[in-house]
Design a protein around this ligand. Structure first.
Ligand code: HDE
Length: 698
């Protein structure tokens, strides 16, 4: 008998398994949970029409009791999340580096479930708050589940897991008044930062545009810790994991992110859901950085320190495969809420390093599921079940679902031929990498973990001027909400160790004293890979708002929309009321959203067509604000003929008179009295591709 207990996994393996659990209520008669048909569901059973409800009303009791118990504790961190299904395929065999089966055969598509999340906010908080994002992937492999539980930022705030409860207590709403929700702009967060200066590097990231992503589809993912790859020959290498979004890395601007959190708190989950429904499947390439064991000490940072990244220019990222998310979940509770990730879920060929943050995580994740999911059998929930068989002597417990047969629940045994029996390494048994360890038991940190500022400075050095400006205004926003002058000053002084100009600019905006002394980091190194300006740029799946009222020019919109759609851009018509609007030529268009239900912050660009309709737009303050905000948020704006007049209402009044020619500058694309609508569309698409136009004086 094959003791490996493996089977061939394909793209559909998880869906086939889940299908057995899916229930469709349509066309079905209502029953109790015991299967009894229910005859009435509007009235409780009473002693007389105006009398009290009777205890014997089992249907009422069952319905109410179930409802009373519907909630489970939200995750202590990463409470707000959203998941999607998909698959992963490796580009070529990675056998030289790892024996992990799912990284061997380019023909194999391994099913995955991904959960994206914010960290600090509660389940009902907004999507676009300034925060790190979780990026957790469960690979359902033939050797068991492999979980890559990462973030969209490659480093972490602290170096040792024992500090995690302190970090989270300081970041979450303050316990006495439970404020603020989903925000680090408060005293305890910044007090923690200033008094735990290992946070410096990650804080540079969380104050940067990385912490306000445009979309889950447009952010990177990082395993953060150093892991190990181990190959068939037992050779081990240190490895870091990266997810690189095919659409590039793009962000919102702060003012926009704050507005979106109110206008559409579901902005990121909606974007993910709708993209998958439309067939715009999010894609991410999996990259690995590898360091040979013998090179462990060759770097100017400790490779076990999770507050350090490996600069891509020094340790290149090898792209080894691609993940495609192509199916939305059927039920958010059953899938997103009940999915249980654990960085300790590994497969042969992937192992841990001694990173003290990772080591602590290996304990915390199972522990948290026990309270969150109510017992030790959470691995049996459909979303968590491996697609390969699992057998052991772990029995019983709350909500046990499998029915294990026979009297034997122990090892070793003779009554059952020693089954289930451990597998040898050749049979696929997981064998921990035999790293040689020698040391004293000691509560201390290595001296090699003590440099907190060099990489924070490298990050700063790698930013373009607009990115630096955004970081400074993020500090102003966050520290501007801190009440303690002492804490504000401590933060200024702390960041003077990173960069004197940065600290000085922070101080100016919050009324703090200029930092004393010349103590900035002397690091001159930069890493171009860290700047979002160097990312992939594409117009695909960007949303354009077309502002139109009756009296617009139909032929013009038709031509431009056709061009936009060819490049995968999604146009929507925004008007003062839903229904149809009529063009100058007597044609009609269906309105998608109104100025009340939509807002420019929910779009990537705005286009105002020509026609007499602009008079109506100009009389509508919401329409003017729509365009003005798009301008303020550095978004591409296209205006044609009378649309140019309307732009003036939104203080975009420097478009020169370029009769017959397409004008373009800093993302403003205009054309007047010209047939060259294709040329106009091309320029508008280019402007959309560039994402934002920082040269504007706003
Ligand atoms: Fe987590 N983290 N974490 N974390 N983490 C949790 O597990 C923890 C850390 C990350 O979508 C919890 O199931 C400790 C780093 C993600 O379900 C908990 C430490 C990174 C998610 C927990 C860290 C992460 C979590 C809360 C310091 C990036 C959401 C609920 C040692 C590499 C997973 C849960 C999902 C969730 C503990 C630090 C990523 C309490 C102790 C570093 C993406 O177990």
């Amino acid at each position: 008998m094959d003791k490996k207990q493996t089977k061939t996994i394909n793209e559909n393996s998880k869906q086939e398994q889940l299908e057995e659990y899916r229930v469709d209520n349509s066309g079905k008669k209502m029953t109790t949970n015991q299967g009894l048909r229910v005859s009435e569901d509007e009235h409780s059973l009473k002693a007389g029409e105006r009398g009290p409800t009777l205890m014997e009303d089992f249907h009422f009791r069952e319905k109410m009791t179930h409802f009373d118990h519907e909630r489970i504790p939200e995750r202590i961190v990463h409470a707000r999340g959203y998941g999607a299904h998909g698959y992963f395929e490796v580009y070529e065999s990675m056998k030289d580096y790892t024996k992990a089966k799912f990284l061997q055969d380019p023909e194999v598509k391994t099913p995955v479930f991904v959960r994206f999340s914010t960290v600090a906010g509660s389940r009902g908080s907004g999507d676009t708050v300034r925060d790190a994002r979780g990026f957790a992937t469960k690979f359902y492999t033939e050797e068991g589940n492999y979980d890559l539980v990462g973030n969209n930022i490659p480093v972490f705030f602290i170096q040792d897991a024992i500090k995690f409860p302190d970090l989270v207590h300081a970041f979450k709403p303050e316990p006495h008044n439970e404020m603020p929700q989903a925000s680090t702009a408060h005293d305890t967060h910044w007090d923690f930062v200033a008094n735990n200066q290992e946070t410096a590097h990650m804080v540079m990231w969380t104050m940067s545009d990385r912490a306000i992503p445009r979309s889950y589809r447009m952010m990177e993912g990082f395993g953060v810790h150093t892991f190990r790859f181990v190959n068939e020959q037992g050779k081990s290498r240190f490895v870091k994991f990266h997810w690189k979004p095919v659409l590039g890395v793009h962000s919102l601007v702060l003012d926009e992110a704050l507005t979106v959190a109110g206008k559409d708190p579901d902005f990121h989950r909606r974007d993910l859901w709708e993209s998958i429904e439309m067939g715009n499947y999010p894609e991410y390439e999996l990259g690995v950085q590898m360091i040979d064991e013998e090179d462990e000490f060759k770097f100017d940072f400790d490779i076990l320190d999770p507050t350090k990244l490996w600069p891509e220019e020094e340790v290149p990222v090898k792209k080894i495969g691609k993940m495609t998310l192509n199916r939305n979940q059927d039920n958010v509770f059953a899938e997103t809420e009940q999915v249980a990730f654990h960085p300790g879920s590994v497969v042969p060929g992937i192992d841990f390093s001694n990173d003290p943050l990772l080591q602590g995580r290996l304990f915390s994740y199972t522990d948290t599921q026990l309270i969150r999911l109510g017992g030790p059998n959470f691995h049996e929930l459909p979303i968590n079940r491996p697609v390969c068989p699992f057998h052991n002597n772990q029995y019983d417990g709350q909500h046990r679902m499998t029915i294990n047969k026979g009297p034997v629940a122990y090892h070793k045994n003779s009554l059952q031929n020693n089954d289930p029996s451990p597998a040898t390494e050749e049979e696929g048994g997981y064998v921990h990498y035999e790293e040689k360890i020698e040391g004293r038991k000691i509560r201390a940190r290595s001296d090699s973990f003590k440099d907190h500022f060099s990489q924070a400075k490298m990050f700063w050095n790698s930013m373009t001027e607009p990115e630096k400006k955004h970081i400074i205004s993020a500090f102003h926003f966050e520290l501007g909400k801190v009440e303690s002058k002492e804490v504000q000053q401590q933060v200024v002084d702390m960041f003077s160790h990173v960069d004197a100009e940065l600290a000085s600019e922070i101080a100016k905006g919050i009324g703090a004293s200029q930092p004393a002394g010349e103590n900035e980091s002397t690091v001159t190194k930069s890493s171009p890979a860290l700047s979002q300006e160097n990312t992939i740029k594409t117009p695909k799946s960007r949303k354009v708002a077309i502002l139109a009222e009756s009296g617009y020019t139909h032929a013009e919109i038709e031509t431009i929309v056709e061009q936009l759609k060819k490049d995968g851009i999604i146009p929507e018509i925004i008007s003062s009321a839903l229904g149809k609007i009529a063009s100058e030529e007597g044609k009609e268009l269906e309105v998608d959203k109104t100025f009340l239900t939509a807002d420019s912050v929910l779009y990537d660009a705005v286009y105002v067509p020509g026609g007499k309709h602009v008079d109506k737009l100009a009389a509508n303050f919401d329409a003017i604000a729509f365009l003005a905000h798009a301008y303020k948020h550095f978004k591409p704006i296209g205006v044609v003929n009378e649309g140019i007049q309307f732009a003036k209402e939104a203080r975009i009044d420097d478009i020169p008179d370029t009769e017959g020619k397409v004008y373009t500058d800093e993302g403003i694309v205009a054309v007047q009295n010209s047939d060259d609508l294709t040329g106009f569309s091309k320029e508008l698409i280019n402007a959309i591709t560039d994402h934002r136009h920082w040269g504007r004086a706003v």
